[in-house]
Design a protein. Structure first.
Length: 116
């Protein structure tokens, strides 16, 4: 195989004018349907993990001292872990709503692509 030829073709494809095809439009619609759910899931997951970690630090005495701080830490940690457990359920519902919102457009575009 001639790697120089493969590299030249890849580079030429990168700089060639792009055609907006139906497949690209279909990918964009799919991304548009899934993006809000993904952004929420990652953001909420990071925040709840930080809350749970803060609660664990309080309960182990890394931050603060005393029995009351440990109790508060346990409560905060449990809240963080519960929210982490709820995250996937919320993600699934948001993803389903996004798919329902763009289902008609995606199905029509997919039919057009299949018929060609």
């Amino acid at each position: 195989m001639n790697t120089d030829k493969i590299y030249a073709e890849a580079l030429a494809n990168e700089y060639a004018p792009k055609k907006t095809s139906k497949v690209v439009a279909l990918r964009k619609l799919d991304r548009k349907a899934k993006l809000p759910a993904n952004i929420f899931a990652y953001s909420f997951g990071i925040i709840t993990a930080l809350i749970a970690g803060f609660g664990m630090c309080l309960s182990m005495g890394v931050i603060g001292t005393g029995m009351t701080m440990a109790v508060y830490g346990i409560i905060i940690g449990i809240i963080g872990f519960m929210c982490m457990g709820i995250n996937y359920i919320i993600y699934r519902k948001m993803l389903q709503k996004g798919k329902e919102k763009y289902a008609f457009e995606i199905m029509e575009l997919a039919k057009q692509i299949v018929e060609e």
